[in-house]
Design a protein around this ligand. Structure first.
Ligand SMILES: Nc1nc2c(ncn2[C@@H]2O[C@H](COP(=O)(O)OP(=O)(O)OP(=O)(O)O)[C@@H](O)[C@H]2O)c(=O)[nH]1
Ligand SMILES: [Mg+2]
Ligand SMILES: [Zn+2]
Length: 220
């Protein structure tokens, strides 16, 4: 069987814009993280738990990308975060570098130390797109099935950190969390993995420390 592969042109217009964003964030010493995952893995719930302790230590803002609705942006605004919603439109399944640049301009990032992006829920395209971030962080919930890292490897290969979420529900779901973590490491042996529950708050402090360490590292 012939398998057709499609490679991305590294000099595409989008890539040039991502490079521009990365340069601006380097000059401004702003750490930019990009949360990617399938729909419903718990990105927004994790941010609802992690942003209050993060906001007491670093100046941050959030870009919230969704197909439709500003539901997630509203949720984060409700906890006092500065948020720029981006509706990608129902036919677009990821945040592009172009849309990210527009959101950065609308937000006004002067004086920030951290820019958090919640990408559209989708295990494929957001992993392919460079939006100029320092780190992609993949959120994988134990409800999704242990084989997901093997079936959608790019998401985990591109990530520097994997948050294994909903561990509070692992027993009820009969999920094998150790196998899931092994499958994550099989796709990316260098990746860091933190087990968390956005519901109970377990592991969220470790995630906050992971982010703050990198915010400070970028400033030195
Ligand atoms: N039991 C449990 N449920 C969780 C946890 N985190 C999130 N949820 C639930 O999972 C559902 C989806 O959570 P969201 O935070 O909206 O997920 P999301 O990844 O932001 O979803 P999209 O933005 O649509 O991709 C909600 O019903 C949450 O309450 C967790 O740690 N444990
Ligand atoms: Mg969300
Ligand atoms: Zn897409």
């Amino acid at each position: 069987m012939n398998i057709i592969t499609v490679d991305k042109d590294p000099r595409s217009a989008d890539q040039l814009i991502a490079d521009e964003i990365r340069r601006e964030m380097r000059e401004r010493k702003i750490l930019m993280i990009n949360l990617i995952s399938s729909p419903g893995s718990g990105k927004t719930t994790l941010l609802e738990k992690a942003l209050p302790p993060l906001q007491s230590r670093v100046r941050l803002a959030v870009i919230e990308a969704d197909n439709a609705t500003t539901n997630d942006a509203d949720r984060l605004q409700a906890i006092g975060a500065k948020v720029e919603p981006v509706c990608t439109g129902v036919t677009s399944c990821h945040l592009s570098a172009v849309a990210t640049r527009k959101a950065i301009a609308a937000l006004g990032v002067e004086g920030l130390e951290l820019l958090v992006v919640e990408n559209v829920g989708n295990l494929v395209c957001p992993a392919e797109e460079d939006i100029g971030e320092d780190y992609k962080i993949a959120v994988l919930s134990v409800a999704e099935g242990e084989d997901k890292p093997l079936k959608y490897p790019l998401c985990f290969q591109e990530a520097s950190l994997v948050l294994l979420n909903k561990i509070d529900a692992a027993v009820a779901l009969g999920a094998d969390t150790d196998l899931m973590e092994r499958n994550v490491r099989a796709t990316n042996p260098k990746v860091e993995v933190l087990r968390v529950s956005a519901r109970t708050g377990e592991g969220v402090a470790a995630f906050v420390e992971w982010v703050v360490r990198r915010v400070r590292a970028k400033q030195t």
